[in-house]
Design a protein around this ligand. Structure first.
Ligand code: ASP
Length: 325
């Protein structure tokens, strides 16, 4: 894998390999006092964020550090971007300074692809950490890791993705990845929050949340992306919540084994009731935890050269020597 720009077109073998590596890394690090592997020693990862982030930025930083990479964080507000520098010049500067991988978040859909084109000759890998309303591939991978763990597999499982599909890069990446991995997806949203052309996606569409819940294995609630909305997409937050919020009463419609997911940040009380977010069926903190292992796996697949031992082998060898990197 040279870049990770999206889950569209990511083949089943590559996606499964990343998920398997993430599982292996999770098992390897479980219960260890010092969570540090030598795998990416000497590699430099730069996170370049033009939009706010808590989970994604922090977990990429932790992922890189747990694999001994040098991690540098650049936020647009405190860099030369604030002086008017273009994305291209910023990217070329980071590559010239020695970045082996740039993890980028940008409000424009397609920004990660552009960056990858500009860095084609530099050998720098690009990871899309969210581009506008387009894709957020590592979120979808960590969601798949969480569902595999909770449900034992994805083949034939039915997943409802609920809410602001129109503005959600999480929804797009999940539709591609979940269907590639053999799951069925139903999108549940008001007509105003569904994209044009959704009929051509490999999903079913519903406007009735109550009718869908009894038949799903997982429900993924989406945040209402107010920052991307220009105009009225629904009458009021209260009405949205009444029709599309996962209330305690609605939670009772779910099968007992069903998993509740949310990519965060959550708007408690609007798209999900607090009691539902904190219930045992919710895997929201597990998603965050798995996000670190999935991002470690992605960095491993992008940056570990042919001469580097398998991620788990490296960890095993290290254990055998009784040491930490
Ligand atoms: N954190 C996710 C994203 O960056 C979901 C969200 O913000 O609603 O797309």
């Amino acid at each position: 894998m040279r870049h990770l720009l999206g889950t569209e077109g990511l083949d089943v073998d590559t996606a499964t390999a990343v998920l398997d590596t993430a599982d292996e890394l999770k098992r390897t690090l479980l219960g260890r006092e010092v969570r540090k592997l030598p795998t990416l020693r000497g590699r430099t990862v730069v996170t370049l964020f033009y939009e706010n982030s808590t989970r994604t930025r922090v977990s990429f930083e932790i992922a890189g550090k747990w694999m001994s990479a040098d991690v540098v964080n650049v936020s647009a507000s405190s860099s030369s971007v604030g002086k008017g520098e273009s994305l291209r010049d910023t990217a070329l500067t980071l590559a010239a300074a020695g970045a082996d991988c740039v993890v980028v978040r940008h409000p424009a859909s397609g920004a990660a692809h552009r960056l990858a084109c500009w860095l084609e000759d530099n050998g720098t890998s690009v990871v899309n950490a969210g581009d506008g309303t387009h894709e957020h591939p590592t979120q979808a991978l960590l969601d798949a890791a969480t569902l595999r763990e909770r449900l034992g597999g994805l083949t034939g499982r039915r997943v409802a993705i609920v809410g602001d599909v129109l503005h959600s890069r999480v929804a797009r990446s999940n539709v591609h990845l979940l269907t590639t991995l053999g799951a069925e997806v139903v999108l549940v949203a008001p007509p105003t929050l569904l994209p044009v052309g959704v009929g051509e996606w490999p999903v079913t569409v519903s406007h009735q949340l109550d009718a869908e819940l009894p038949a799903v294995d997982a429900v993924m609630m989406l945040r209402v992306q107010a920052e991307r909305m220009h105009g009225g997409f629904f009458p009021s937050a209260r009405e949205y919540s009444i029709s599309y919020g996962l209330s305690q009463a609605r939670q009772r419609l779910l099968p007992e084994h069903a998993v509740v997911l949310h990519p965060g940040p959550m708007l408690r009380g609007m798209e999900i009731a607090s009691s539902v977010a904190d219930a045992a069926s919710a895997a929201i903190t597990e998603q965050v935890r798995n996000g670190v292992h999935v991002r470690m796996a992605v960095l491993y697949h992008l940056l570990a050269g042919d001469n580097t031992a398998d991620a788990a082998d490296a960890a095993t060898a290290q254990r055998a020597h009784g040491g930490e990197a």
